[in-house]
Design a protein. Structure first.
Length: 121
């Protein structure tokens, strides 16, 4: 039985703007996911600021890191919780010191992947 590969659709001829940091890309993904959960249909190339990827590309990058055991369950939990809050953990706050460590580690590893894919500068 033949295997079918998913080939991404080409982006329209517009200048794309890479993210500055993995944190910025993560918050963008979370906002897109929240919009989807609320019923929005995200169309390729229709964003106010065109990006070099789709939200699912960020998800797949994190999933890949988890599958390779580069990040663990706790990293993903912290990314989810603080991503949903749309803020990073505050390392100055005693109860957020440990989540900050997981947040920082996860984003450091995500930065490497997203930089290779040219999603961040």
């Amino acid at each position: 039985m033949p295997r079918y590969r998913r080939v991404p659709l080409p982006l329209p001829d517009v200048e794309v703007e890479p993210f500055v940091t993995a944190e910025e890309a993560w918050f963008w993904f979370i906002r897109a996911q929240q919009a989807r959960d609320d019923g929005a249909h995200i169309e390729r190339g229709r964003a106010e600021v065109p990006r070099p990827c789709e939200p699912d590309d960020i998800y797949r990058a994190v999933k890949s890191l988890a599958e390779k055991k580069t990040i663990g369950r706790r990293h993903i939990e912290v990314l989810h919780v603080y991503g949903t809050l749309l803020r990073a953990p505050d390392k100055r706050c005693v109860e957020e010191t440990r989540p900050f460590v997981f947040w920082d580690e996860a984003l450091d590893r995500l930065t490497t992947v997203l930089r290779i894919k040219e999603i961040i500068e």
